[in-house]
Design a protein around this ligand. Structure first.
Ligand code: ATP
Length: 137
């Protein structure tokens, strides 16, 4: 079936993407999945990672996502995430600073009680952001 689907990526703070897409590929917790028009409806959780999609003109776009939920319907994909941003909106120095902060917590350099799981999650977000902004094309 030909045609576009509507992609919505929303966080508690903002709408990050609201756009027609030819195809959407997202990091499901059970594995990466792709959605085209006419897809069978399903609901899944997402891992930290990157949503890739082709916009209406066929240009490939990338969006960082910190995990969350995705609902696929025959004509739309909706993603709810705690945080997400388009590749072009990633502030690399901010992500590098977050990386350093998380690393010094994990290495025990920070003079505070450490929530290791939280520090590791922050480290992973920072790494994905830097990787997406600097290396993935
Ligand atoms: P930081 O410690 O720098 O806030 P974080 O991983 O804790 O990083 P999040 O809680 O994931 O940040 O995100 C909070 C908000 O800030 C979200 O709206 C997210 O899109 C935005 N954000 C976080 N880091 C960046 C970044 N490096 N570039 C652009 N936006 C970012």
């Amino acid at each position: 079936m030909a045609g576009n689907i509507k992609l919505e990526v929303v966080t508690p703070e903002k709408s990050v993407v609201s756009e027609e897409a030819q195809i959407v590929i997202a990091p499901g917790t059970l594995g990466e999945f792709g959605v085209l028009i006419g897809h069978t409806p399903f609901l899944t959780t997402l891992k930290l990672g990157v949503i890739r999609y082709k916009d209406a003109k066929g240009v490939e776009r990338f969006v960082f996502v910190s995990g969350g939920f995705a609902e696929a319907l025959p004509d739309r994909v909706t993603v709810l995430a705690q945080s997400a941003e388009r590749r072009r909106d990633i502030d690399v120095s901010r992500a590098k600073a977050a990386y350093e902060r998380a690393m010094s917590r994990i290495e025990g350099k920070a003079k505070e009680d450490i929530d290791f799981v939280r520090a590791k999650a922050a480290l992973d977000r920072a790494l994905y952001r830097v990787k997406l902004a600097e290396t993935l094309r």
